[in-house]
Design a protein around this ligand. Structure first.
Ligand SMILES: *Cc1c(COP(=O)(O)O)cnc(C)c1O
Length: 369
């Protein structure tokens, strides 16, 4: 097969080619069942085994402790912006740390159900830094504290999750890890709930992953729709209503692919993380060495997954994108709210894809001289 173009989309995003091949091979007949996965009852033995395997593989890959439940939901990260306060806020005070567009959206939505308080923000720095947790002062009565652990649009990532207990805060930490889930290990001792859409790093759109500590179940507000009550979803093993069956299957294939990864002596999520570190370093290094491009984010909190960058001469943007497209480097245009360019380097982007981008960046700069 000829080489496919490299797709740098922020999401829905490129999938591992091996996973697409396997899905294609199983499209008409999954494991001799005579059915494709899309055609199966979610309550049948075949699909139940697919869902159980997907959950087990996720638990293993991300070392999710036994006292956390894994839920397969729908509605994406945006729906979770409402579903989290509906389940966890008890209608009270909830804290937010604002670090970019996504945490801002979450805080706005929470207003419908709770009383959000912004306890720290990087707005004054144009969302290019991370407010140091040492200076956070969580509200005394906060029901939880929400962060977006990777800001997909501004390219700001928490490389270490905040330790709320060290701040004297007993409230659970809620993380929106939509755009870096399964790109690195998670320190679950610091987390109460994590949510993320699958379409960036785990599979196709339609599946929303929620990993929630058991003691946080069962506190939903009376107005919470039953299908969005974590307790109900958990009690029914994510089959209270029909789950996004095909997306779960594709996430399952992706998780198996992730588990097969190795890098030197490393395997699994450690190997995946190592590769992501190398990919991001290659691109940031090229941008930082250039007089032609720049990335505005502080080096201590640059995202490994989403790399926004700008041409100093923005009149060259259209030519840059056309040239990239001609070389098979797709979807590099930045988010409309910030402009410029953005390269998303999710797990499915191989190192040669980043090398091809770096080669193009250098060639384009040279042509302009
Ligand atoms: C993409 C994204 C979302 C929104 O996900 P939807 O599936 O479109 O609702 C939320 N949070 C973050 C950090 C994202 O990257």
């Amino acid at each position: 097969m000829t080489q496919r173009p490299y797709n740098f989309s922020a999401g829905p995003a490129a999938m591992p080619e091996e996973v697409l091949q396997q899905a294609a091979a199983e499209m008409l007949d999954w494991h001799g069942s005579g059915m494709g996965v899309m055609e199966m009852s979610h309550r049948g033995k075949a699909f139940m085994s697919i869902a159980a395997q997907t959950e087990a593989d996720l638990r293993e890959l991300l070392a999710v402790p036994a006292n956390f439940r894994i839920l397969f939901m729908q509605g994406g990260g945006l729906a979770q912006n409402a579903i989290v306060p509906l389940n966890l806020s008890r209608g009270g005070v909830v804290d937010f740390v604002l670090t970019g567009s996504w945490s801002q959206k979450s805080a706005l939505q929470a207003r419908k159900y709770a009383t959000p308080t912004v306890i720290a923000s990087n707005e004054a720095d144009g969302h290019t830094t991370l407010p140091s947790p040492a200076h956070w002062q969580p509200s005394r009565d906060a029901q939880y504290l929400h962060i977006c652990s990777n800001e997909t649009i501004h390219g700001v990532e928490f490389h270490e999750l905040p330790d709320l207990k060290a701040l004297g805060c007993e409230a659970p930490l809620v993380i929106d890890f939509s755009s870096h889930v399964a790109s690195r290990p998670v320190d679950w001792s610091r987390v109460g709930l994590a949510f993320g859409g699958a379409q960036k790093n785990l599979g196709p759109a339609g599946l929303t992953l929620v990993v929630v500590r058991e003691d946080l179940l069962g506190h939903a507000l009376p107005i919470c729709p039953s299908a969005f009550d974590y307790q109900t979803v958990a009690d029914n093993s994510s089959m209270y209503n029909t789950p996004p069956t095909y997306s779960i299957y594709m996430a399952g294939l992706t998780l198996q692919w992730l588990k097969r990864q190795s890098e030197g002596a490393l395997s699994g999520i450690a190997a995946v993380e190592q590769r992501n570190i190398a990919k991001a370093a290659l691109l940031y290094d090229c941008i930082d060495r250039s007089q032609f491009y720049f990335n505005p984010v502080d080096k201590s909190c640059r995202s490994r997954m989403n790399v926004p960058f700008f041409l100093r001469d923005e009149s060259r943007n259209a030519a840059f994108l056309a040239g990239a497209q001609a070389r098979g480097l797709l979807q590099l245009k930045g988010h409309k709210s910030v402009g410029g360019m953005r390269a998303s380097l999710y797990n499915a982007m191989p190192l040669p894809g980043v090398q091809a981008l770096v080669d193009y960046l250098r060639d384009f700069e040279r042509q302009q001289a």
